[in-house]
Design a protein around this ligand. Structure first.
Ligand code: PHE
Length: 344
């Protein structure tokens, strides 16, 4: 048996020397030093030897097993290195390549501006009122002092539905009527809300106009609200949005639901009012429409215009974002092009 042990030992060393891949190595391990390997089995038979031979045999068999295990481990690390070098050579996997970074999502530029606008108005005491996207013709137009066939309807090209009188809102102004009816408690309570939301217009899509876009409407109703309150509030908003030095300018305008009506310009933030292509060399950029709520609109909201007054305004977050980043084409906003979106 002793001779047999030495024989197996020599065979094992010899075979190990010829092994060049990890599959064959695994087989060799099972054959000689695994749980049912030849050396292991012989070690187990130590007990069957005559008592005086057991100690010597056991010691020798253990030494052999340790030696083979060590030789196995050395061979294993050598083969691993060779296999790695070979796979690098063949180029199937380059393990030295850095991992692919996982892209994180971000907020849409319109959402970012929308949130910024909402935060500013919240600081100034305006609550968010969510009005509906699908409106009726009455609330979108007639109750806002734009009767059927009135030429002012041309200001808003409308998406109609197959349901008579059901349309997509062309602006957030119908939310003024809904807020007054909802919060006003029959014209007895003051109101201070902003109404953010998507608007829809049946327009030819171009660099300057889209068929859908956000607006943020504002409405304040009280007992002694005056034009100076409107001007001061808007100027305060503009300075919170664009910085404390921002210059604001009001131009007389026309909207059927406000009287008087104005458009608001801020000093161009790209050229500091010097004149550039974005402000068309005027130094000013238009950011919203506003005015004192028309008596007819107050009455339609349930308020007595001899006692109550108010102001309203409406602005476009996309336009504000375009001016801020000098974005030339409004179509980028809803084109879902990652090259555009990932810049924000
Ligand atoms: N609704 C108007 C528009 O879409 C903007 C506006 C809102 C003007 C409120 C005055 C007051 O053009």
């Amino acid at each position: 048996m002793k001779e047999q042990l030495e024989q197996v030992y020599r065979t094992a060393i010899d075979e190990l020397g010829h092994i060049t891949n990890s599959d064959a190595l695994r087989e060799w391990e099972l054959k000689f030093i695994g749980r049912k390997g030849e050396i292991t089995l012989m070690l187990r038979q130590t007990g069957q030897l005559p008592a005086e031979e057991r100690a010597d045999f056991g010691k020798r068999a253990n030494d052999i097993k340790n030696e083979l295990t060590q030789a196995f481990e050395e061979r294993e690390s050598l083969i691993r290195q060779q296999e790695l070098a070979q796979s690098l050579e063949e180029g199937d996997i380059d393990v030295t390549l850095p991992g692919r970074p996982r892209r994180t999502g971000g907020l849409h530029p319109s959402t970012q501006t929308l949130r910024q606008i909402q935060e500013i108005w919240a600081e100034m005491g305006f609550q968010v009122y969510r009005s509906r996207d699908v409106e009726d013709d009455d609330t979108n137009f007639t109750l806002l002092n734009i009767p059927p066939h009135h030429p002012a309807r041309d200001m808003w090209d409308t998406f109609y539905t197959t349901q008579d009188g059901v349309i997509l809102r062309t602006h957030t102004s119908p939310g003024q009527i809904r807020a007054m009816q909802d919060y006003g408690e029959d014209g007895t309570k003051p109101i201070r809300v902003i109404l953010p939301g998507m608007c829809y217009r049946y327009e030819q899509i171009s660099a300057r106009s889209e068929i859908q876009f956000y607006q943020v409407e504002g409405l304040a109703i009280g007992k002694s609200i005056r034009m100076t309150d409107l001007k001061g509030t808007i100027a305060d908003f503009a300075r919170r949005l664009y910085g404390p030095e921002t210059q604001v300018r009001y131009r007389a305008s026309y909207f059927p639901f406000t009287e008087p009506s104005m458009e608001v310009d801020v000093q161009c933030m790209l050229c500091d009012g010097e004149g550039c292509s974005v402000c068309k060399h005027t130094g000013w950029l238009e950011i919203m429409g506003c005015g004192m709520v028309h008596p007819t609109v107050l009455r339609n909201g349930g308020y007595d215009p001899t006692e109550w007054s108010g102001f309203a305004f409406g602005m476009g977050p996309e336009r504000i974002t375009m001016l801020k980043h000098d974005i030339q084409d409004i179509r980028y906003f809803w084109a879902n092009d990652m090259r555009f979106l990932s810049q924000f």
